[in-house]
Design a protein around this ligand. Sequence first.
Ligand code: AMP
Length: 429
Amino acid sequence: MTPAIEQAIATSPFTALGLPAAIVRAVLEEEYTQPSPVQDEVIPRALEGRDVLAGAQTGTGKTAAFVLPILAKLTSADRPAGSLSPGIRALILTPTRELASQIADRVAAYGRHLRIRHAVIYGGVSQQRQEIALRAGPDLIVATPGRLLDLMQQRLVRLDTVTHFVLDEADRMLDMGFVHDVRRIVATLPAARQTLFFSATIAPQIETLARTMLANAARVSITPTVTTAESVDQSVVFVDKADKRAMLERILNEAKATGQDGDVARTLVFTRTKHGANRLSEQLDRAGIGSAAIHGNKTQGARERALEAFRRGTTRVLVATDVAARGIDVEGISLVVNFDLPNVAESYVHRIGRTGRAGATGKAISFCDREERTFLADIERLIRKRLPVSGGDPRPATAAAAPAPSLNGPAPRRQGGSSFRGGGGARYR
Ligand code: AMP
């Protein structure tokens, strides 16, 4: 190691969080200079050995928030002395194959200067290679619940040596009906272990699930900062429910006709229900606008095919529900359309955070029918500003003119702090 690298490691804020040099080195090689808020909050607590309940969605840097401290734990004195094959010491459970391979890829990257073996386990592919990887004696496994249970039942994997457990995307586990599988797996883990529990939202059902798995957990909640929205050109259109579809088609077709098709090259449309997503996608197809719907009812294969077509640009429009959209990591979404306004204001921030990433500017158009005006008011209170109106504003003049009340809105978590997903600039740097 050159003195310059040693110096960079010594002064890195990741070192200040308590991470060992070999891990900080890998993080610097990834060109991360600042920990994200969720990393700032979770890493020191996890290194202390505490359980953590974290509310953080994809895009906040949550993967490193659990992978980094676990790698640190696995390399430290935790290892049973003299044991050559101490068994699987860390388990990361995640709902989809896509996420499992992304996490495994991160484990390889952050662990490149460590001698830690990992294996990744998911369904939909032959189990043979996974068996070979298991026989090699991994220290850490990343798995989806169904295949892991299969392998456990075949006695190809044992979890009684696990000291560190991560449940990733707990809310999607619930949504996709995996919660029984998860409970069965957790029941086989030693009681004396550390658990890091991650979920995009902490709804009451999630609290209940978390209580069965965590002991005296530190709670961390990262809401995307409200300033996220500033690199996104936002507007609202008041429109009757029945006219929404025609309005959407017009927006998509007009941008094309006026040569502004960059604006709509990758459009993500949000509906409130799965049924609504399917219906809208079919209607767009009939109108000659290639689209795909993506939601929890689709098979993993169908979801991946739809996403791949969207990434490649063969499908211009993806219609999604909030839950389905969480797993989507597609760069370069140029337009987000809220076909239905979300009834939970925070979802608005999550949705529009899908565009305007990495310093790019994006656009977000929200349709608001008469029944959705209270949702709009909630959103404006949360983001502490009025959304510019495109077309007429049917709201009573006083309500439309008055600035959004800010007293009841939650305070932004970090004012002037890290620029992670922060306003205007790059996402992290
Ligand atoms: P995640 O929320 O875990 O899906 O992470 C989203 C993206 O952020 C991934 O591409 C990571 O490589 C990247 N990332 C995570 N932490 C940092 C950081 N501290 N600085 C820069 N990029 C990061």
